[in-house]
Design a protein around this ligand. Structure first.
Ligand code: CAA
Length: 420
């Protein structure tokens, strides 16, 4: 879709993404264990929304509607009714419609789509937020909660770690089809951690992973699946993190910008968006992300751009193989050639297609409902020169984000233009 009325991102904010491996994350061997608790779902939601208002200088009573992406608040935090939780962020939001949106790991992307469409319907200033807490249970129990994004009846049993196993299946089939090895995929992981190490918001900002570690399974990098067929195709370093975090952005029409006293040059424009949904449990071809490909084709066509025009990109690297498949779905590489791009450094911060400059889901972290919103905010921050040590040297003019739910079942691809 190309918005009939222009839509701009005014700015936003995010919390630090934390979880196991982050120095501030409280667990039984942390020196503050027993004296301090980790932030709750409410803390992170409120912090992101308040931060977005503060950073943009927008007053809460100028927000006409909000959307919040969240996947599993009920399961991890006994908290549903997320829209009403979000409104607790500011008493001036009380009475403002705030709507929860759920599309598994694409919940954040769908919250942005909700915001864009409400601007088309006549509103002028809308917020899109996302938040998730996942560290309240063990990774194994949490994997069962996340498995609700699969086709439970037919896919849950693949492994206790259902999603890691589903993407190990993709890795296995892809590696066999294109004669690719773990060592070929490892540069994707090394790039993620190297970028995340430069990012103060990143979950894994203090964890280093080199090429040898990323290529090799061992005690420090276990193949943790029980499924015998799939086990050898996934190591811990191939996985995104079980993270807690929140993000929020403010979107406005041209009329909205006038009300807020902002110029288009201070903002970035959303030039198009593509959304596609495919039937659960019915992947046609495990060697490609067909749903994302469809959403990307729509978004590129409606923005009048092609892959070669993209100068900053955030993709849904829930596993290392997913990032490789994303390169291909977004047209940065031909089918079967995705690993060559990362190996050649073309998706690094100074490469032709800078992808996941802050570390992506693998190192920045993956608080499911927040991820899609964080991706848009990352493009904004890169376009406005706010990324510090991981800033792309030449200010990007054209950007794209690809946020995916389930095993490529819901996909949201958005394109952006820097006007400043
Ligand atoms: N040797 C063998 N096995 C080992 C091991 C070793 N040295 N060390 C650990 N393990 C095994 C153990 O069996 C352990 O489980 P139990 O303790 O329950 O037996 C298991 O590995 C996990 O170990 P930890 O609990 O210590 O792992 P962790 O807390 O460090 O987490 C991770 C690592 C399991 C990879 C976790 O980060 C993870 O699950 N990541 C993926 C998160 C995920 O799936 N997110 C969703 C992505 S899908 C998406 O984005 C789309 C959507 O819509 C859902």
């Amino acid at each position: 879709m190309k918005p009939a009325k222009k839509v701009f991102i005014v700015g936003g904010d995010l919390t630090t993404f934390i979880g196991k491996g982050h120095p501030d994350f409280i667990w039984k061997r942390h020196p503050d264990f027993g004296t301090r608790e980790n932030p709750t779902l409410e803390d992170l939601t409120v912090q992101a929304i308040q931060g977005a208002l503060e950073k943009t200088g927008v007053s809460a009573d100028q927000i006409q509607r909000g959307y919040i992406g969240n996947f599993a608040g009920e399961l991890f935090s006994n908290q549903g009714h997320m829209g009403a939780l979000a409104v607790r962020a500011d008493e001036k939001l009380n009475g403002t419609p705030f709507i929860r949106v759920e599309g598994a790991c694409a919940s954040g992307g769908l919250a942005i789509v909700g915001a864009i469409e409400s601007l088309q319907a006549g509103l002028d200033v809308v917020m899109a937020a996302g938040s998730e807490v996942q560290t309240t249970v063990s990774a194994r129990e949490g994997a069962g909660f996340l498995a609700r994004a699969s086709h439970w009846e037919t896919e849950r049993e693949i492994d206790d770690f259902t999603f890691p196993a589903m993407f190990a299946r993709r890795a296995k089939i892809y590696k066999e089809a294109f004669d690719v090895t773990d060592a070929d995929i490892a540069p994707v992981v090394v790039k993620a951690y190297s970028n995340g190490n430069k990012n103060p918001y990143a979950h894994m900002r203090t964890v280093n992973v080199d090429l040898e570690k990323a290529s090799t399974a061992g005690d420090k990098n276990p193949q943790f699946l029980k499924n015998e067929d799939l086990r050898e195709h996934l190591k811990v370093t191939d996985c995104s993190q079980v993270s807690d975090g929140g993000a929020a952005i403010i979107l406005a029409t041209e009329e909205g910008l006038k009300k807020l006293g902002k110029t288009p040059e201070e903002c970035i424009e959303i030039t198009s968006y593509g959304v596609a949904t495919s039937a659960l449990g019915k992947v046609e071809d495990y060697t490609e992300l067909g749903t994302t490909k469809k959403a990307a084709a729509e978004a590129y066509a409606d923005a009048g751009i092609k892959a070669d025009d993209v100068q900053v990109c955030e993709v849904h690297d829930c596993f290392s193989i997913t990032e490789v498949l994303m390169y291909e779905a977004l047209g940065f590489a031909e089918k079967g050639k995705g690993t060559e791009l990362a190996k050649a450094g073309e998706t690094g911060i100074t490469g032709k297609f800078p992808v996941n400059t802050g570390g992506g889901l693998i190192a920045f972290g993956h608080p499911v409902g927040a991820t899609g919103v964080k991706q848009a905010l990352e493009v904004f921050r890169q376009m406005k020169g706010e990324c510090g040590d991981y800033q792309i040297p030449t200010t990007p003019a054209v950007g794209v984000t690809a946020n995916m739910g389930g095993d490529d079942r819901t996909s949201v691809v958005i394109t952006y233009k820097n006007l400043g």
